[in-house]
Design a binder for this molecule. Structure first.
Ligand SMILES: [Fe+2]
Length: 442
């Protein structure tokens, strides 16, 4: 793969498996110092730099940092910044308007024909919490019709979890390159520089901007040492760098604002790195679901892929949850998700297929919002089908939905509330639910 204008670019491709491992990778042999992190002189005339994703004094198990050996230190990728228009990217706290409480649902956002890079294509749907206290999140839709060329970005406000829905994405990051397809997720930690390219045409998907603790794997408890998301299926890129002395723009999102500076060289100049703070990807189809094999319906927390913990144990800043292909076998049980109200706020999307609780009106690329303590559940059609059907084992195939679930109420942006794709009749999906109560018929 050649990158236009590059004077020297490593062509290595590949990944290292494992979640949160302490990885070591170098694009040139002997880049990584032995026995120390910061030698008096680094190999190849490189600079040593530490990127800390957790406070220095975080407990060992929660400590996240990587050592980068790069052509220039990041201070040389840092010019005079000017504040620029952030487009439709919003940051919590953001109360642009009062929307009456209601369950909300949107049809897919059309992909435009005009040129739109990742930075221009982020549309914030909801925000929650407060970026200034490193709590909460934002739910975005991205639409991309043009690769970032001589443009780079890093987010000081949060970690970015991309849920690819349509079109492939290539993330060219300081740590290496990640190629991802719909059905996969990509996580870029706070502070990591990257650009987004579309190798095969326009792309659309969802993104969760996590202001809080970094996503990690949930505890499994009595489930044991296997199933759900397994560590070995997470892939972190091997080192790859650009030695590229051409003008580029660097954008930084900081404190809810977007800033830009001009550089004379590519900031993707890390020749080798080691540590446990790095971007990664994961194929959601590698998730091994666990569920009821006799009767009844567990809570959807059994489908948690990643969790961003808060200071309160068991009360997530964000849970990233999926509803993948699986067998439904429970006897004498209402098998779809039950009707419920939840202290957590649920932003949901559909990557492909049909979601079993909403067979109509929720096409791939759609999204819904069921906020804190607002009731929701299967629509009329799903209820009648699940209540009257023959309970043979059934396999849900070709389906993949997801949820960003946060402890903080989600506030709808002005953009989201004004979209023509907002379904004004969403609540009508429950209007056909009939009264079946008959006290004479136990
Ligand atoms: Fe729910």
């Amino acid at each position: 793969m050649n990158y236009a204008g590059s004077q020297a670019t490593t062509e290595t491709r590949g990944y290292m498996s494992g979640f949160g491992n302490s990885f070591e990778t170098e694009a040139l042999p002997g880049t990584l110092p032995v026995g120390r992190n910061s030698p008096q002189r680094c190999a190849y005339g490189l600079y040593a730099e530490q990127l800390s994703g957790s406070p220095f004094t975080a407990p060992r198990g929660a400590n996240e940092r990587s050592w980068l050996y790069r052509i220039r230190p990041s201070v040389k990728h840092f010019g005079r910044f000017t504040k620029v228009d952030a487009g439709l990217w919003r940051t919590a706290p953001c109360h642009e308007l009062d929307v009456p409480i209601a369950p909300l649902r949107w049809d897919p956002a059309p992909i435009p024909t005009d040129a739109m890079t990742f930075l221009q294509g982020v549309n914030t749907m909801t925000t929650a919490g407060d970026v200034h206290t490193q709590t909460g999140m934002a739910a975005h839709v991205y639409r991309i019709t043009r690769s970032m060329i001589d443009q780079h970005f890093y987010n000081a406000d949060g970690e970015m979890l991309f849920v690819l829905q349509q079109g492939d994405l290539r993330f060219v990051t300081e740590f290496g390159r990640i190629d991802a397809q719909p059905g996969e997720i990509v996580v870029v930690p706070r502070g990591v520089k990257f650009r987004v390219e579309i190798p095969f045409g326009p792309a659309r998907g969802y993104a969760c901007e996590n202001y809080g603790g970094a996503f990690t794997l949930p505890e499994r408890g009595p489930i044991g040492a296997n199933c759900l998301a397994n560590s070995r299926d997470f892939l972190t890129p091997i080192a790859a760098y650009e030695d590229k002395e051409t003008p580029t723009e660097l954008f930084v999102k900081w404190g809810g604002s977007l800033y830009k500076t001009e550089l004379a060289h590519s900031p993707i100049d890390v020749v080798g790195w080691h540590g446990n703070y790095a971007p990664y990807k994961y194929d959601l189809r590698a998730f091994s679901p666990v569920g009821a094999i006799s009767f009844d319906h567990p809570d959807p927390s059994i489908f948690t892929v990643l969790t961003s913990p808060s200071e309160t144990v068991g009360t997530a800043n964000i849970d990233f949850v999926i509803f993948p292909e699986r067998w439904m076998v429970a006897d004498n049980t209402f098998r779809p998700p039950w009707y419920h109200m939840n202290i957590m706020s649920e932003f949901m999307g559909l990557i492909y297929g049909v979601y079993d609780a909403k067979p109509q009106g929720f096409a791939p690329g759609s999204m819904s919002l069921h906020n804190c303590m607002l009731p929701h559940g299967p629509d009329h059609q799903a209820f009648e089908h699940a209540s009257g059907g023959d309970l043979k084992p059934v396999k849900l195939t070709g389906t993949l939905a997801f949820m960003f679930e946060t402890r903080y109420p989600q506030h709808v942006t002005k953009h989201a509330a004004s979209l023509g794709t907002l379904q004004g009749d969403y609540a009508d999906c429950w209007s056909g639910l009939q009264r079946h109560f008959d006290p004479s018929r136990p």
